[in-house]
Design a protein around this ligand. Sequence first.
Ligand SMILES: Cc1cc2nc3c(=O)[nH]c(=O)nc-3n(C[C@H](O)[C@H](O)[C@H](O)COP(=O)(O)OP(=O)(O)OC[C@H]3O[C@@H](n4cnc5c(N)ncnc54)[C@H](O)[C@@H]3O)c2cc1C
Length: 500
Amino acid sequence: MQVKTQKDEIETYLSDASNMAGGSAEKLFLPENVDEIAEILKDADAAGTAVTVSGARTGTVGGAIPYGGVVVSLEKLNKIRSIDKTALFAIVEPGVILADLQSAIDNEGLFYPPDPTEWSCQIGGTVATNASGARSFKYGATRRFVRRLTVVLASGEIIDLIRGETVSDASGQIAVRTRGGREITARVPTYDRPNVRKNVSGYYNTQPLDAIDIFIGSEGTLGVIAEIELELRPKPEGFFSGIVFFQSGSQLLSFVDEAMARSFAAREAAEQRSATDIDASLLEYFDGNALRFIAEKFPEAPADAAGAIFFEQETTAANEDEMLERWNELLERHGADLDRSWFTTTEQDRERMRAFRHALPVAVNERITRYKQKKVGTDMAVPDENFAGFLRFYDAILSASGIDHVIFGHIGDRHLHANLLPKDDGEAEKARHIYGRCVAQAIMLGGTVSAEHGIGKLKRKYLSAMMGERYLNEMAELKRAFDPNGILGRGNMFEEKYLD
Ligand SMILES: Cc1cc2nc3c(=O)[nH]c(=O)nc-3n(C[C@H](O)[C@H](O)[C@H](O)COP(=O)(O)OP(=O)(O)OC[C@H]3O[C@@H](n4cnc5c(N)ncnc54)[C@H](O)[C@@H]3O)c2cc1C
């Protein structure tokens, strides 16, 4: 196993897409198998050394940034062990890059729906953050596709978790057995989960709770995810996709409402549904500012549009033509600018649409870096009935600020990212204040402070505002059960004082 101690060798592992400053570490470990991970953790635990788990560092909340201690990078554990075409699953090491998995699966004629926009992330990172993305509208987040995990605990002990095998009891206790036979018991936190479509704020806590779900989305704080079995699907025959522009924001929203309602109705009808029902797999939003912001890379986007929607529906050879007509009729009725919109059924053009969607967060990050600022981007979601009001709130508060901003994201999940783009420290201060007001508004509306990016180190004070002391203490109690000395992911999710 390689161990690096030189400053220049460790440098890259001290930051992630959050641009948080001040990262430091004494050592970097590059294990190549589960036993090596176990050995590193056992030694660190005995010495009380903090361990930060590093994936591809595409995370936006500083979860992979160490502030002291050692870093364990999983990049050498990058093998796709197997892809089973018949039973529809893949077994992968955590350091496999999502783009590599997607292409291997595609070559087999299979489909893995989770699509967190940034495909350079590692599968372990997507599991540790329960990443979601555009297609979560139809398929849900990464959690839904994880069937089995091997996890190395802080003590170096290893647990194997198979979905459905270990579930909490009626009193909220859960017992997990290590490979060595030791039983670890923990209490499931008791907070109510907000009634939103996506939520990754704090440990997952349904009742009953499957043990595997405690570790999915635990942001490197409970164990190192060392092997993953993922469910796959057959690849759809085809896709019909479009990026459609609207001159009126209210028509855009009424289009989304109807596309969502019809998609839900089609899914509910299940076997009884017609092959030509509207059933979107993704519905993504760009406001007018966002379109103008990426006009340099995509000048063909109309600069005068109020906003745009990127949609996709899976098709078959038999229904493709009819689906085109159905979408056309729906779009026309809601006043979409059909002449200037883009539609495709080909893989190549679909890739260009994906690139258009990906270009936005990348351009935001580039711009923030150019001005040497920290990202001020929201990740909140509110219940469906409060969404339109929350979007009006965003529009009003951001426009009044005078700071450059863009709003885009997963409108089908009622989850948008409002990004403020400060140019100097004065604007940054103002932007942070606005961010705080958005958090307060989301909490007041019964929402979550993080729908998909997680809490990491950047957003823990907002998790504290959402949860309150009692529930942060319950989360800390759960963490202590699996990591009694608090060495893993120190500073992620909650402050260290909760672990004393
Ligand atoms: C341009 C851009 C767009 C993005 N869009 C989305 C999006 O649409 N949806 C979305 O969900 N996210 C999005 N993200 C965020 C990010 O890509 C995801 O959170 C991703 O899942 C992180 O994976 P990673 O390998 O980079 O993890 P890292 O950033 O390295 O780590 C993230 C967290 O997981 C922990 N971790 C990593 N690997 C392991 C492991 N094997 N075991 C235990 N803990 C581990 C780390 O300690 C850290 O706390 C975006 C990021 C960028 C830069």
